[in-house]
Design a protein around this ligand. Structure first.
Ligand SMILES: Nc1nc2c(ncn2[C@@H]2O[C@H](COP(=O)(O)OP(=O)(O)OP(=O)(O)O)[C@@H](O)[C@H]2O)c(=O)[nH]1
Ligand SMILES: [Mg+2]
Length: 355
């Protein structure tokens, strides 16, 4: 099960052309892994690019799509330092995004690279007039030290983007046994995340019922915060079970009763019946306890007998992530003048004197 969150948007310029040009950028280790897995699915993304300070992150991607940010080897990276380093690669990032009407910026938050660069890349996209949508993968509960960077970066990503999809690593896992390795955890989390993103961004297909970007953006991107929870079931009552699991999962991040808009995507195989689809769509409002929930849905039959329900809901006044960034809580609506906090690897002595 897992959660994504989304924010803001109503983007008239998005719909000027019949087929919007859509780019996606994977940033940092997690972002690149998830973006490259997504690039193998039939999604509404015309172009994928990848940005990182770590060459090792590019092992699974085409080198022509990779942008390496040079970084010092003798210093611990921080988000601000990575942003400073990325200034020199701004033109390369801009070239990769040029012409796109929509740019998805996919990053794991909590480390240095994704946290530092995701808001940076989305602000570059916005300079071109593109609709920037962040996809933020939030840390596991055991990664306590990373929560602060993740919270600050999420706040920055929200203000530099039209919408942010927040993927909660913790809720991507159905269960994990004690001997599960970190690689297994990531693998399970990535499969669930990519299945959900693949279904939500699915291209129109004869057999399936694709949502399309207009419905996706027009429904859940129009108000504040939205969360996507995912749950799977292979039982006889899989539709009921998966829906219930997705709502429980949503409840771990915010109050489902507050949801005003929702997009639900069902990923199964040809055995998924119309009554099962109907059950999920019909019962969604009563399961969340939200009266008048505005619901759109899509069905993706390219999956397996194990049904995955991906529920993307918006309209929440608060979420679990509010505690990750205590500074924002203290400041409330007041804005900190922190736009220029790029750090550079050299000391002050490297700066040119002003004449
Ligand atoms: N779902 C998922 N999460 C991951 C994966 N790899 C890392 N993460 C998580 O993503 C967050 C950021 O980690 P990374 O992507 O490794 O960090 P980074 O952006 O590369 O930053 P640095 O390596 O610190 O410069 C952390 O919470 C990790 O647990 C992955 O393959 N899948
Ligand atoms: Mg990394």
């Amino acid at each position: 099960m897992f959660i994504l969150g989304v924010i803001k948007v109503c983007a008239p310029e998005l719909f000027v052309d019949k087929i919007p040009r859509v780019a996606a950028v994977g940033v940092g280790s997690a972002g690149i892994k998830i973006a490259s897995l997504l690039s193998r699915k039939p999604v509404l993304v015309d172009r994928f690019s990848y940005v990182s300070c770590d060459e090792g992150d590019f092992s699974t991607v085409d080198p022509k799509d990779a942008i390496l940010i040079e970084s010092p080897v003798d210093q611990k990276l921080t988000p601000a330092l990575v942003r400073g380093l990325a200034l020199g690669s701004r033109a390369k990032i801009a070239d990769a995004l040029r012409g796109a009407k929509v740019v998805f910026v996919i990053a794991g938050l909590g480390g240095a690279t994704g946290s530092g660069l995701a808001p940076f890349v989305s602000s570059v996209a916005r300079e071109f007039g593109a609709v920037a949508v962040g996809v933020a993968i939030m840390p596991f509960e055991f990664e306590k030290k990373t929560k602060f960077y993740a919270g600050v970066s999420l706040r920055r990503l929200r203000s530099s983007s039209r919408g942010v999809l927040v993927v909660d690593n913790e809720t991507l896992l159905r269960s994990s046994s004690e001997d599960t390795t970190l690689a297994d955890l990531y693998d399970t989390a990535n499969k669930a995340a990519v299945k959900a993103l693949g279904s939500l961004l699915m291209k129109a297909d004869e057999g399936s019922k694709a949502l399309g970007l207009n419905k996706l953006f027009g429904t859940v991107f129009q108000d504040g915060y939205a969360l996507l929870s995912v749950s799977s079931s292979g039982t006889v009552e899989k539709a009921e079970d998966a829906l219930a699991g997705a709502v429980v999962s949503l409840g771990k991040l915010a109050d489902p009763k507050e949801a005003t808009h929702a997009v639900v995507s069902l990923n199964g195989d040809s055995s998924l019946s119309a009554p099962e689809v109907g059950l999920v769509v019909d019962r969604l409002a009563s399961s969340t306890g939200s009266d008048g929930l505005d619901v759109e849905y899509g069905v993706d039959y390219t999956g397996s007998a194990q049904l995955q329900v991906s529920l993307l809901a918006s309209g929440f006044s608060s979420s679990k992530y509010d505690d990750y960034d205590p500074l924002a809580k203290v400041l409330g609506d007041r804005v900190l003048d922190d736009d220029m906090d790029f750090a550079l690897p050299e000391g002050l002595e490297a700066l040119q004197p002003c004449d």
